[in-house]
Design a protein around this ligand. Structure first.
Ligand SMILES: [Fe+2]
Ligand SMILES: [Fe+2]
Length: 333
């Protein structure tokens, strides 16, 4: 996931760009053609995408931690295999997305550096702790569920490499969502204590999953370019409402209650109405002051340092192969 809320665009002065090129670029977007890496694109489009895709990649990578935390404690072999596969999928999502961002001209090392130095943002949802096994169910159901709502429209994003990466990612995310819901269903059909665990997890993850869609559009002054360029298709509030409408009946089917006394179905509009979201918490966690920010970043830096020898060995091996091939070519001449 998990980027929509973090977007902000650079509005590079369009007048400075070649007007003809700009018109052709916009016509391509309007015609729903894909923009490919070698096509001309406005600087601000490139910059917006580099930021959005790299933030998305960082979120996938950091997002492995809260769940990876439970791999050794999954309650059965089946659950362990499922969770292991899910966390590996998230690593894969990060890697596709770093590759997609690289096609825009930024080096992977630079993106890593932005993350490790704390300059880059990632989704605030991953700065919360996973306190019980039920959190793994709630994350799959709610966090991956919110991710799907956000990401399905990105499969039609104007930038080809991003759109294509999202198609596969969305297929895997929907599997994650079902896996999470099935964990919740099993807990809710179990003992009273297990159902209580599921309720507690819903209580702690509900508001955070609503925040994943980002602040209300009336507070977002930068989305016009993203809409015009066909990067963004729906407003944050629209996507949040779709998520709520889809998810509330699922929660009721589980026999759980949502931690929002103002949640009620409005028959006139056909939508579930909800209470106020505490955006001050979102901003605080996003700016680095959440319950797990320090730990997530410390873990990421530690694993980066621990893996340095692997990257160095791979580079040394590649260099040796290059030298050997060059020597063989020379001998053959
Ligand atoms: Fe993912
Ligand atoms: Fe996922």
């Amino acid at each position: 996931m998990y980027t929509q809320g973090l977007n902000s665009n650079d509005s590079a002065p369009a007048a400075a760009e070649d007007a003809g090129k700009l018109a052709r670029f916009q016509a391509k977007c309007d015609a729903e053609d894909k923009i490919e890496p070698n096509d001309w694109m406005p600087g601000a489009y490139r910059k917006t995408l580099v930021r959005q895709i790299s933030q998305h990649a960082h979120s996938e990578i950091i997002g492995m931690q809260p769940e990876g935390n439970w791999i050794t404690r999954a309650p059965s072999l089946r659950r362990k295999a499922g969770l292991l596969a899910k966390v590996q999928d998230e690593a894969g999502h990060g890697l596709y997305l770093y590759s997609a961002a690289e096609t825009l001209g930024i080096a992977r090392e630079e993106m890593y550096e932005q993350l490790l130095s704390g300059k880059a943002k990632y989704s605030s949802i991953f700065n919360y702790p996973t306190l019980s096994w039920a959190d793994i169910g709630a994350i799959g159901w709610l966090v991956d569920g919110a991710a799907i709502m956000n990401q399905i429209p990105l499969c039609r994003c104007s930038y080809g490499p991003y759109a294509r990466a999202m198609i596969r990612i969305c297929k895997e995310e929907s599997f994650h969502q079902r896996q999470g819901y099935e964990i919740m269903l099993t807990l809710c059909r179990g003992t009273a204590g297990q159902k209580e665990m599921a309720q507690d997890a819903l209580n702690r993850w509900w508001w955070q999953s609503l925040m994943m869609f980002g602040p209300s559009d009336k507070d977002s002054i930068h989305s016009a370019d993203s809409f015009r360029w066909k990067i963004k298709r729906f407003s944050n509030d629209d996507l949040r409402q779709r998520f709520i409408d889809a998810t509330v009946p699922q929660g009721h089917y589980l026999g759980l209650t949502f931690p929002d006394p103002k949640l009620r179905f409005d028959a006139a509009t056909g939508h579930w109405q909800h209470g106020e979201i505490d955006w001050s918490e979102f901003k605080r966690v996003l700016s680095g002051d959440g319950p797990m920010n320090q730990e997530r970043m410390a873990h990421r830096r530690r694993t980066e340092a621990d893996g340095a020898w692997v990257r160095e060995a791979a580079l040394a091996h590649a260099e040796k192969r290059r030298q050997r091939a060059a020597a063989a070519r020379q001998a053959a001449e």
